[in-house]
Design a protein around this ligand. Structure first.
Ligand code: TXA
Ligand code: MG
Length: 348
């Protein structure tokens, strides 16, 4: 590990989204303009932002995150005027989506302009662009006067951070500044739609639902990584630990057949494992005393808290996080996609 990564002092500045301090915005924007990496709130998850036109600053993002640089970054803008500097062409359907869903949790992949450094797009000829709705993010981006390249502010493979405290726990000593503006609204990342091919394609479900997108522009193809998220169909006895992402240290188990939940919980209780159960309200089961159960009124509420619950599970030394599946409509598609990627076992 590089010495500077360990020695850096990480400042935290609180900015209230209801009452934005211009002085603090100017302070934060100065870091971006100097080529530093800043932990920034967005309405989806916190991001690690830097000037997208500054290749050296962008390299620092990959270093802070510990992420391989073959994975491209999303470029965030505060105003439409900046778009032309980032992309070379905008099809009519993409324009329609921008009009309907920006600012908001939608990333649109388009042919990139020459001005965007190759390190941002990992050498691709396309770039993902998004206009976040978070007022603090927008003010800082405007004040900085540059588009902001930003991945989620977690260490590589960890759950995305939805609070400034989560950013601090992953990034303390690795970046100079974190802006703290409370918990994120959506809680999972933006939806990504690509216009790189002949027809629009959903690359990642997220904050804007597929139904909403199709209402706007008609049929959208779905990338196979979304429709067939892998081969992790397994019995609880033989966990298929193949691919982990968005993961806590605790084992994540996705229960698709609720009929098998009661028996499974009893087994786990007998073996003395410390369990956190996440589900919607009213699953119609008596949950054993020893199981910590957090339930949510709907999928949107679960999405808002799921990454924070993953992180809390680790703080409390939980062995297994058991999640009861929700319907894959609305935000449920994105939520189940993230949980599916974090899970090592599915029960169905
Ligand atoms: O909500 C979000 O999108 C958050 C906040 C901070 O804006 N950002 C985020 O970034 O989730 P990240 O880097 O954690 O995930 C971005 C994903 C990556 O999987 C990357 O491969 C994909 O977007 N991506 C970025 N540019 C792309 C491109 N040109 N073509 C295809 N995929 C792209
Ligand atoms: Mg991420």
């Amino acid at each position: 590990m590089h010495g500077w990564l360990n020695k850096m002092e990480t400042r935290v500045i609180e900015i209230d989204p209801q009452d934005i301090s211009q002085e603090k915005v100017v302070d934060a924007a100065a870091y971006i303009r100097r080529g530093e990496v800043v932990g920034l709130p967005t309405e989806t998850v916190y991001g690690l932002g830097a000037n997208a036109f500054d290749a050296v600053a962008v390299k620092r993002i990959y270093e802070a995150k510990g992420r391989p640089s073959d994975n491209p970054l999303i470029v965030h803008i505060a105003d439409m005027e900046v778009l032309d500097e980032i992309v070379s062409y905008v099809p009519d359907d993409a324009k329609k989506l921008m009009a309907d869903f920006w600012p908001g949790p939608l990333t649109i992949v388009l042919p990139r302009s020459e001005k965007v450094p190759g390190i941002v797009t990992a050498g691709k000829d396309t770039v993902g662009v998004r206009m976040p709705s978070h007022p603090v993010f927008r003010e800082i981006a405007r004040e900085a006067g540059v588009p902001i390249a930003a991945p989620s502010a977690n260490l590589f493979s960890r759950p995305s951070p939805t609070t400034a405290e989560a950013v601090f726990s992953d990034m303390d000593g690795r970046i100079p500044l974190i802006i703290s503006s409370g918990p994120c609204d959506t809680g999972i990342e933006s939806t990504i739609i690509s216009f790189a091919g002949e027809r629009p394609m959903l690359l990642r479900p997220g904050g804007v639902s597929l139904e909403e997108l199709e209402d706007s522009i008609g049929h959208i193809d779905i990338h196979t990584s979304v429709s067939n998220p892998g081969d992790k169909v397994d019995t609880p006895e033989s966990p298929g630990m193949k691919y982990k992402h968005y993961s806590p240290d605790a084992e994540v188990i996705l229960v698709e057949d609720i009929g098998k939940l009661e028996g499974f919980l009893e087994e786990e209780e007998k073996s003395g494992n410390k369990i956190l159960l996440l589900s919607l309200d009213d699953i119609g089961l008596t949950i054993p005393e020893a199981v910590r159960h957090i339930s949510f009124s709907d999928a949107a509420e679960m999405a808002k808290s799921v990454f924070a619950c993953f992180r809390e599970a680790d703080t409390q030394g939980t062995d297994k996080v058991i999640v009861v599946a929700v319907d894959k409509d609305g935000i449920g598609l994105g939520l189940m996609n993230r949980i599916g990627k974090a899970a090592t076992t599915r029960i169905r």
